[in-house]
Design a protein around this ligand. Structure first.
Ligand SMILES: O=C(O)CCC(=O)C(=O)O
Ligand SMILES: [Fe+2]
Length: 209
């Protein structure tokens, strides 16, 4: 006699998938030719992706050049050059779908994947633009897919001003485009609220960081 199939956690976990971008992603025009596209819930079934990202994928502490000086960055980093296979096929599919959607406007491909792990509310990144490389002088795009605990991405005009707040939850997409890296700054502020880990995956064209 065969035993009845016991449901396991794998039967309950929803398989990670992408939802369509076209006609659903909302564009927010900022000043000076900068814009932000936002699509909450772009990825469904994100738990299995987060599980992989929170595993041993080679996270390391890093230092990064910001504001013309080197500052300690309170978060862990993992960089994928574009040659190296990404740790979950959903991320490879995500880059492909972003390329199909944005290529006509961007004129080149998203290649690299920079990943940041914010272990808790004490991890953060200070106000900055992604201005190492071509983002300093030319329009470009940085596409961010967020997994895990929601954290807000704040944007303000470079040099200061009122800030805009984009909540980034599990499976959400935000794309910073146009002059955003030159004329605006962004940050992930610290929070005293008890928050779990968050992983940000940022796709950029070659030569933008
Ligand atoms: O955590 C994020 O989503 C943003 C990270 C970021 O701005 C950066 O690493 O340049
Ligand atoms: Fe950034």
């Amino acid at each position: 006699m065969q035993l009845a199939h016991q449901p396991s956690i794998w039967d309950l976990a929803e398989e990670a998938a992408l939802t369509p971008l076209a006609g659903r992603v909302a564009r927010h025009e900022l000043s000076a030719g900068a814009w932000v596209d936002h699509l909450p819930g772009w990825v469904t079934g994100s738990d299995e992706v987060l599980d992989v990202l929170l595993g041993d994928i080679g996270w390391r502490e890093d230092r990064r050049q910001m504001y013309e000086r080197e500052v300690a960055v309170p978060r862990l980093l993992r960089w994928y050059s574009g040659q190296e296979e990404l740790p979950h096929r959903l991320l490879t599919d995500a880059r492909e779908q972003l390329n199909r959607h944005y290529l006509p406007e961007l004129g080149e491909l998203f290649v690299t994947a920079g990943m940041c792990l914010y272990r808790d509310g004490r991890d953060s990144v200070a106000w900055h633009g992604d201005r190492i490389g071509r983002g300093r002088s030319a329009d470009t795009m940085v596409a961010i897919v967020s997994f895990g605990s929601p954290r807000p991405l704040l944007l303000r005009p470079a040099g200061g001003g009122e800030s805009l707040r984009f909540p980034l939850g599990h499976g959400d997409l935000v794309v910073m485009g146009g002059s955003c890296q030159r004329t605006w700054e962004h940050c992930i502020p610290k929070t005293a609220r008890p928050v779990g880990p968050r992983v940000s995956v940022q796709f950029r064209p070659r030569g933008v960081a």
